[in-house]
Each structure stands twice: as C-alpha cells, then as structure tokens.
Design a protein around this ligand. Sequence first.
Ligand code: ADP
Length: 483
Amino acid sequence: EELPLTRADLRREKNYIDGRWVDSDDRIMVRNPATGRILGSIPDAGADEAELAVAAAARAFPQWSALSAAERAGKLLRWHDLILDHREDLARLITAEQGKPIGEALWEVGYAASFIRWFAEEARRVYGDIIPGHARDMRIAVTREPVGVTAAITPWNFPLAMISRKAGPALAVGCTMVVKPSELTPFSALALALLAGEAGIPNGVLNIVAGEAQPIGKVLVTHPEIAKLSFTGSTGVGKMLASVAMQSVKRLSLELGGNAPFIVFDDADLEAALDGVMASKFRNAGQTCVCANRFYVQSGIYDVFVDRLAKRIAGLQVGNGMIDGVNVGPLINDAAVTKVQSHVDDASSRGARVLLGGHAIDGAGHFFQPTLVRDLPPDARLCREETFGPLAGIVSFDTEGQAIAMANEGNAGLAAYFYTRDLSRSHRVAEALQYGMVGLNTGQISTEVAPFGGIKQSGFGREGSRYGIDEYLNMKLVCTAIE
Ligand code: ADP
C-alpha cells in the first residue's frame, strides 16, 4: 500500500541493532487495519537478533552511562526536536499501521516527544541523600545509579508513545535499551530509532527488534545481562513474562489491562461529563488501557444523559483514519471485533437495550459501529472485562455507596473517572476509588508531567513525572566509618 511520506526513508523494513539495519531471510507482513492491505514487512527476527541486540546494549552501557547527564540530555533533546520535525510523517505511519485518526496520531507524536524532553530535563536532577550517621564515626550517603541494560516490550495501541515513555527515562539516566515493539505496529518504532541515530545517540544505546514475539520476548526476560523489563500490554502476557523475569530477579514495571469505571452523579455538569465520555471512550476507537469501559449514571439523570449521549455518538464518523473528519478508526484486527461483538451480545442476552450500533461493519478493514447500550446489568461481561472497542454500556445506580462498590469490583486498578460538582463528594469518592489514577471532571488524564500507572492486577511502577525516573535507577548506600 502506498504511504505518502515527505521523507520516504522513514519507513524502515529492517531491525535497528547496534546502529545498523539488520535483515533476515523470512519476513512478517504488516497490514493496515483500515484496508486490510499489506503495508510492508519486517524481518522474521527471533532469538538470534535479540541476543545481538542485548550484547550491543551491554557493550554500549559503560560509555553511555559515563557521560554527564547534560551530555545525554543534549542528544535526547535533539531526538525530541527531530521527532517533532517529522511529526506529520510519523503520524501517517501510526495511522497506517494502527488505525487511529490522523489528528489523534499527531497528538500521539507530541505526547511521545514530551517524554523524551521531560526525562532529559529530569535526569539532570537525580539527587542522592546524605543521612545523619547512626554513630559518631559513621557517615551515610545514598546515590542513585542507572540499572544497566533494560528491555521494553510494548503494545500496538500507542506504538510511538509507549516506546518513548520507557526509552526516554532509561536513556536519560544512562541505561541502554532493547525494545520489542508489537509486530502489528513496527514501523513507527523503527522510524523512531532512525531519528535517535540521527540525533547522535550512539550505536547500541537504543535497539529495536521487531519480529516474532515469543522467541524475542524469551531472550529479553531470561537474559542475565538485562537488569530490568518494562512491559505494557495485556494482563495475561504481563503475568507470564513477569514470572519468568523473576527467575533472574529482574526489576519490573508492568502496565497491564484496565477496566475503567466512569461515574456520573446527579449533580454533575452533564455537558462536561458527555465531553469526558466521548474523549475517554471513543479515543483510539476505545483501544486504550485507560478508556472508560463501564458507565455508572445516577438514576435522577439517567434518561436525560443516555439521550444526550446517543446524539453525540450518532455524530461520530467511522472510517479510515487518514480521511479528514473521521473520528473513529478501525479496530486492530478481527479478534478485537469479535470481542466487542461478544460483549454486545452478552449485554443483550441479559436484557440490556442496544440503542445505537451493535455490529461489525462489513467490507475491508476491522470496523465496529460506535455502540450504545442502556439498562446494562452490572454483572454483564463488559463490566467485568476490558472491551477495547467503541462500546459504551450504561448501568444505573441510586446511591454514592452503590456506585463506589460497583466501581471497585474486579481485579483492575488502572484508571477511574467521576463527575460531580459537590466538594465533599469529590473528596470522598476520589479517596474511595481503588485505582492508580482518578479523573475528576475530566476524561483525559495522560500527560508526561503526571505519574501514569496502576494498582491491583493492572500492574505496578509509574511512567512519566518525577517518579517515572525511579524505575530506571538503583539506590546505592555508601556507609563509611571514619577515624
Ligand atoms: P495487546 O495486544 O493487548 O497489546 P499483548 O500483551 O498481546 O497485548 O501485546 C503486548 C506486547 O507483548 C506486544 O509487543 C506483543 O508482541 C508482546 N507479546 C505477546 N505475547 C508475547 C510472548 N509470549 N512473549 C513476549 N512478548 C509477547
């Protein structure tokens, strides 16, 4: 499939290992989810390429970590600027391989770049501690050092930003990294690596190995040289990788699935809440781990809210994200479409009413109609499992206590949202929600300046913010006895 890029060489079809473009004999095809057509291919890389990349990252570590933070920051800031210089091309790559509307892809490029700048700045302030000694002749100093060679395994839904959110802090503090992007969305990752090289980031510091997930992943989670793994993806794969990584006691950051509740109280600003639903539910066609998954609307406003939401959803335009005006793109593949359909069917079978949509769209690509379901019973599958699609199901509730209890059900603890104008309720509910992130009167909580991450089975570790840097640092105590 043709891809109109200003700079055609940004589309790479080889892996980036030790600063070189590495090929293999067999190839894996990559398709555009909006058209089903082949976009290009990547090497069918496996364990050998992963080993090469780890070795390169290990060789690069001593020199890279020995630079001053300011020297590393200089290179990272050049990388940041190059990403923004190529914003349009990177966005086209994202839309072509992932499906999101081009406006959202442009936003993602800015978001991706923001982590690199933030951590370039932040790494200059990796301070230690001097602690008063426990005896007259004892001195205690605490320093923080880069963990070493790191690995990242990243998903397809934010193919650029999920890499920079990990590589930004890692590289800024002096770590080196091997990234395994999703095989569904390798091209934005490879373009990012090309720009890293052009920014002067030395060979081996950042390596991208796209290819077969299992053999590459196995090397990354078992290799003794890898000190830390940062994974974003599904809960099942994350648990499996984490348990293997523990065999060699690696440090871990896990950002796994969510099942975000979105609560609207009677006293909410309804228009603001509707804006929040549209932003949180339909962004990326519902395929973000912080997407609102289940809606709880208080009985006094239930009918009004559902009516107004139906009007908003009816205004969404579904199609190829490259086309102007489209605001809901395709889902990533057929399995995703099947899952959304199963959630709709399950809801109907339990007595819920489908007001809008409810079906896959025939023809090329993996499209699903934006769907609204009312009178949803709280035990429906879509309340218990992440849907990852453009399906909004609305449960009614009477009391604040009921809403909190339903919202806290289940094993996920990533993001939650609620809308109210009552001050006391704001505090009570924010405190009661068992989630790593709470959006209060907003459906958009992601920014490089704030800590992103979950609790419960949504994982641990934080990305972004001043806390995100700790994921790539070890603490060292120097305890000194003096004369
Ligand atoms: P999702 O498809 O919801 O993003 P996945 O967990 O399947 O979730 O994918 C996230 C990342 O994990 C991708 O890079 C994928 O290739 C990778 N992955 C999937 N299965 C494995 C595996 N068995 N070993 C290593 N990596 C894997």
